[in-house]
Write a protein that binds this ligand. Structure first.
Ligand SMILES: Nc1ncnc2c1ncn2[C@@H]1O[C@H](COP(=O)(O)OP(=O)(O)O)[C@@H](O)[C@H]1O
Ligand SMILES: [Mg+2]
Length: 368
């Protein structure tokens, strides 16, 4: 080992060529991931894409078909779960009904043979962290769903493992409570400085909380990046379509196209500008990705820039308006803040013709 560069801390989790096959079906295709120390890392994807299977391989509940798992630089692939420096929190967590809140959390430390005074101190700390310090004497059935979930969280972090894995932990909570818990979880993770690996199928949840997100589809990690890059610079059709609302317009990448801005013909709509995604080579079927809120709509005027679109539908959502516009043979979605609508297009109605344009950097061209 190189002792001159010991300032480099080993990443919390390294996944190398990890895959899982169930009866001839690859639930997780061989993948590599590195998750940093103290990182809030989310795995986002639709139901059945392999998220839980991946988590179970990291925890050791599931043996991989290939590959390795490293924790803090050490290969733990063959190490049983109880000897891995991690803890898990699942959607269907179970508290002991006959134990108090305090005892439920302290139990985790008893199992690990932490001395009683130390265990009590750490349990109090963990309950403060989840803001349940005042409810330590209650039994689980005297708590709300959100409070029970906090107890489970306190239990997951009380032993201060290196990594906590959370598999759709907010799935059972109602929308309002979910929102609150999202901020709480993020705050908590910052306070304790533990690496969180967070599984969700909810894009908003992932965008709100994560330092980085891995987007998964059918056992394959499609993109790993921070929330803004995932949203603004999707690298695949899947990522663009799964996260937020996006126009996916078929195009052909022209021969010799490279680098920054290119002009492409969107089949049925006309010539537009965009930037090429990293993996695009020329002369291939491509998809131009542009978010509805990145499209500027202006009144149609002689010589106006952009492509013409006819308003098909016009929907008021409070803070914004959603428009469907017929462009050639295609329907393009655009959105408009209520302010912009009132100011720039006060009399807008269905059947009106508008001009659509966007900054080239807001339209990405990826492989179809
Ligand atoms: N124990 C198992 N035996 C056979 N197939 C499984 C098993 N666990 C998961 N699968 C399959 O693997 C795929 C991924 O499942 P899972 O990891 O649970 O997805 P997710 O958590 O993203 O919803 C699914 O097709 C699922 O049916
Ligand atoms: Mg799952």
């Amino acid at each position: 080992m190189n002792t001159q560069t010991t300032s480099t801390i080993a990443p919390a989790v390294e996944i190398q060529g990890l895959s899982k096959e169930f009866a001839g079906h690859l639930a997780v295709q061989p993948l590599d991931l590195t998750i940093g120390d103290n990182e809030f890392f989310s795995i986002l994807g639709p139901s059945g894409c392999g998220k839980t299977t991946l988590m179970r391989m990291i925890t050791g509940f599931e043996a991989p078909s290939s590959g390795r798992v490293l924790l803090g630089g050490a290969d733990v692939t063959a190490v049983p779960t109880r000897n891995r420096d991690l803890n898990m929190l699942f959607q269907s967590y179970a508290l002991f009904p006959h134990l108090t809140v305090f005892e439920n959390v302290a139990f985790e430390l008893r199992v690990r043979r932490v001395a009683k005074d130390e265990a009590n101190r750490r349990t109090r700390e963990a309950l403060e962290l989840v803001r349940l310090g005042h409810l330590g004497d209650r039994k689980p059935d005297q708590l709300s769903g959100g409070q029970r979930q906090r107890v489970a969280l306190a239990r997951a972090v009380v032993s201060r493992p290196k990594v906590v894995l959370l598999d759709e932990p907010l799935g059972a909570l109602d929308q309002q409570l979910r929102k609150e818990m999202q901020y709480e979880l993020k705050r908590m993770q910052r306070e304790v400085g533990i690496t969180f690996i967070y599984v969700t199928h909810d894009q908003e949840e992932a965008l709100t909380m994560s330092d980085r997100i891995a987007v998964m589809s059918e056992g394959v990690v499609q993109q790993v990046a921070g929330p803004e890059d995932i949203y603004n610079r999707p690298e695949t059709r899947f990522v663009a379509g799964f996260i937020g609302s996006c126009n996916l317009l078929d195009t052909t990448v022209p021969e010799g196209a490279a680098g920054d801005e290119v002009e492409v013909v969107v089949d049925g709509a006309g010539t537009v500008r965009g930037v090429l995604g990293e993996t695009v080579t020329s002369e291939r079927p491509g998809t131009l990705l542009v978010r509805p809120e990145r499209i500027e709509v202006r009144p149609d005027a002689p010589g106006a820039a952009g492509i013409a679109g006819v308003v098909e539908t016009l929907t008021f959502l409070g803070e914004e308006w959603h428009l469907h516009l017929l462009v050639g043979g295609l329907t393009v979605k655009a959105s408009l803040s209520s302010l912009a609508k009132e100011r720039d297009l006060p009399g807008l109605s269905m059947g009106d013709t508008l001009r659509l344009s966007w900054r080239p950097q807001d339209a990405r061209i990826v492989i179809r």
